[in-house]
Design a protein. Structure first.
Length: 118
């Protein structure tokens, strides 16, 4: 990572197959937060320095951060080996906060909280 303004992050897209079709876990951010206030988001967040230092690769650090963030944000335990990396996305230049984000998908738990269908 060469841009000092970019912060490394990881996101987990958790999916489950139901009789009604595929469902994805989304969380609603607090409306008072400075970044993406009130937005529906996948669980995830910044990769912490200890995760970077403990990992052999950036992907390994991102995978560990995704597992930690899912636990912190929604109380689900997921295994690193269940997460499949499928893309990276970087916040566009000009945004006030910029992230270089690793996206992973994995299985969602059957015990997830209520669903909001639109």
């Amino acid at each position: 990572m060469t841009d000092p303004e970019l912060r490394l992050a990881a996101t987990a897209v958790l999916l489950r197959d139901t009789e009604q079709g595929l469902e994805v876990l989304l969380l609603r951010r607090n409306a008072k937060l400075a970044f993406a206030a009130g937005a529906w988001v996948f669980p995830g967040g910044a990769i912490d320095q200890p995760e970077i230092e403990a990992a052999d690769t950036e992907m390994q650090a991102a995978r560990a951060a995704a597992v930690r963030e899912v636990q912190e944000e929604c109380g689900l335990q997921i295994a690193e080996q269940e997460l499949i990396h499928f893309c990276n996305w970087t916040t566009p230049v000009g945004e006030s906060r910029r992230f270089a984000t690793w996206f992973f998908c994995g299985p969602g738990a059957a015990r997830l909280c209520r669903c909001h269908h639109r």
